[in-house]
Design a protein around this ligand. Sequence first.
Ligand code: FES
Ligand code: FES
Length: 159
Amino acid sequence: MTIRFTLNGRPVALDTDPGRRAVDILREDLGALSVKEGCGTGECGACSVLLDGELKLSCLLLAAQLEGREVVTCEGLGDQDAPHALQVAFAEHGAVQCGFCTPGMVLAAESLLRENPDPDREDVRRGLSGNLCRCTGYVKIVDAVQAAARERRGGRRKK
Ligand code: FES
Ligand code: FES
């Protein structure tokens, strides 16, 4: 079956089994390697993507569910030449250690900031509660999200 959708702004037409998991299609067929598979069972958030702007776990989505939708991964937010404010803030605040959770965290944070441009620390913790990190202790991640939020609101980035 041919599945058609948009990945990071580019149209995709993929001949594949509609029962395959979205995480596998995105990584293996389309090279979106920022999408990580941690648990594979909907517990860790590493495989998060934005589907029509909503945060979703791609290990729980099937290929057929991508049909006609708009998928955004961390690659679609920014790259090394033009990084997104959240990507810069994570790097600047030391919110990345092994980095495995980071793309999912960044997408969860992006989803949060679209809903709530001025989250307090508790709002950020709640917004990222579906994303597990085994390295950082979360403090620097929360700092990074708040810094990116400030920058987005036009404030100065606090180092
Ligand atoms: S790999 Fe999808 S939630 Fe863990
Ligand atoms: S930085 Fe390693 S899991 Fe979060």
